[in-house]
Design a protein around this ligand. Structure first.
Ligand code: ADP
Length: 469
């Protein structure tokens, strides 16, 4: 009985520390807005880097020809070929090939990583459909999706600021990313030009905008999390004199590094951060994204076990960081069987804790729920923060509160497994959007899932920034 009380005590404490009332979420929204302003005002003005992308024209469907893209995801690597015919089509003709990134390349030397990427691309190019649809005398062009913070000098050049999501190819930091790729391509004898270096969120925005011109922002919630949006150039105070024909530029927020004292932080978050390879970094991401959610849950279960012996002896697996991956955590969370069979199986198979009683299994499900709900609601607050910054949150403007009639249709492109495949995460996110915005405003805000946007969008951006335009 006392042991059981301990378990319940750990749960209650967790619930309290993860509290995300709508009042608290509104404070997070406000903090996001303030940090966005600060990041735009000066270099280093905020934990939000608010990086310039030099993308000022988003694809609109008039693009033609065949373009390639390389999409270095957090866990997967994709090679794509996209055929564009000059008119918008609801289905974009493309081929895609996926392969996992060998673990040793994620923490090795840049040359090995780029050799691997270039070889994969070469194989893909040579295997099929080769530029037959390309005009003669035209070099093949490529968009390179690189989902890490980059300081761009132009749409096709930029240096790596830092790695995130478990990557650590140390000699790459500070290097010009497209130049490294270009060199590897040339060495492999591949006559191709890197026309655009694209953050994955920017690719997602590009594809979203191609299909729906009301798309103003994009969010990715996968291994990591980040967002970008279309900003007025005159609001980018830190680079005065920036001129674009459209008067706008896509800004890559790098919101994974957002921080605010209003974020509900637990001792588990603090420990996870301290033991991570990048302590004090990517705080928002560590509460939201697929790389971390499972590990937060594992830490809570470990605490419950240490405080009671209801789970039996401590298994070494449970003490090992990242033993519980987010897909397994989601599977426990979404276990619909009355006796929580799947929860029992995962606890036994993955964490080596056998014979967990049903009532404790129920607590484990509740832990998953608390951690995921917090993540989804914080992501929603982040999205509203962007809407607030660009005046699409229905907030107060001069002359009073906007009526719902005046609220423009606002589309946010969204990608990443957490949103697209984790139903409860998605539901919690929508619920929070409704709560924060109110239903009258929220009904004008549409989250649209794009598929392979990070890659296809990069090919589209290579097209809209082609040197043959
Ligand atoms: P990327 O690696 O490009 O960010 P994804 O959007 O596929 O791509 O995200 C992968 C991340 O999502 C991994 O961290 C993985 O642990 C997590 N994940 C994969 N499947 C699921 C799922 N069904 N539910 C929750 N998380 C998942």
């Amino acid at each position: 009985r006392r042991k059981w009380n301990k378990v319940v005590g750990v749960l209650r404490e967790l619930e309290e520390a993860c509290e995300t009332s709508v009042e608290r979420l509104r404070l997070v929204v406000g903090a996001m807005d303030v940090e966005m302003h600060a990041g735009l005002a000066s270099e280093g003005g905020s934990k939000l880097k608010m990086l310039l992308t030099y993308v000022h024209n988003l694809p609109n469907g008039t693009e033609r020809e065949t373009y390639y893209a390389l999409d270095l995801g957090g866990t997967n690597f994709r090679v794509l070929r996209v055929h564009l015919h000059g008119q918008q089509s609801s289905v974009l003709e493309h081929e895609v090939e996926r392969r996992p990134i060998p673990q040793h390349l994620m923490t090795g030397k840049s040359k090995d990583l780029f050799d691997f990427i270039a070889s994969s691309l070469k194989e893909f190019v040579e295997k099929g459909g080769d530029g037959s649809q390309l005009s003669p005398n035209r070099k093949k062009e490529l968009g390179f999706t690189f989902p890490f913070p980059v300081k761009q000098m132009s749409v096709s050049s930029g240096t790596l600021i830092k790695w995130t999501k478990g990557f650590s190819v140390v000699d790459m930091v500070g290097m010009d990313v497209p130049a490294c790729l270009q060199e590897a391509l040339t060495q492999k004898g591949l006559d191709m030009k890197v026309a655009a270096l694209v953050n994955d969120t920017v690719g997602t925005l590009a594809l979203g905008h191609y299909h729906d011109s009301d798309t103003v922002a994009a969010v990715v919630i996968g291994t990591g999390t980040n967002a970008c949006y279309l900003e007025r150039v005159d609001a980018i105070v830190k680079s005065q004199g920036l001129l674009t024909t459209s008067g706008c530029m896509v800004v890559n927020m790098e919101w994974g590094n957002f921080w605010s004292s209003h974020l509900p932080r637990t001792s588990y978050d603090i420990d996870l951060d301290l033991e991570s390879p990048n302590p004090n970094d990517q705080g928002f991401e560590k509460m939201i994204s697929g790389m971390y959610l499972g590990d937060i849950v594992r830490r809570v279960i470990l605490r419950m076990l240490l405080e009671s012996d209801l789970f039996g002896p401590i298994s070494s697996k449970l003490s090992r960081p990242f033993m519980l991956r987010t897909p397994m955590m989601a599977a426990m969370h979404e276990d619909g069987s009355p006796d929580l069979k799947e929860v029992a199986r995962i606890l036994e198979d993955i964490l080596e804790i056998p014979d967990v009683p049903l009532k404790v299994r129920k607590v484990v499900v509740k832990v998953c729920d608390v951690v995921t709900r917090r993540a989804a609601r914080l992501a929603a607050a982040g999205i509203v923060g962007i809407l607030k910054k660009i005046g699409r949150d229905g907030g107060v403007i001069t002359g009073g509160r906007r009526s719902d009639m005046e609220m423009k249709r606002t589309v946010v492109a969204i990608e990443g497994v957490l949103y697209s495949s984790y139903t409860l995460f998605r539901e919690y996110l929508h619920e929070a959007l409704n709560e924060i915005l109110g239903e009258d405003i929220a009904k004008h805000v549409i989250l649209k899932v794009t598929e392979d946007g990070s890659g296809i969008g990069a090919a589209l951006l290579a097209a809209s920034h082609s040197s043959y335009n």
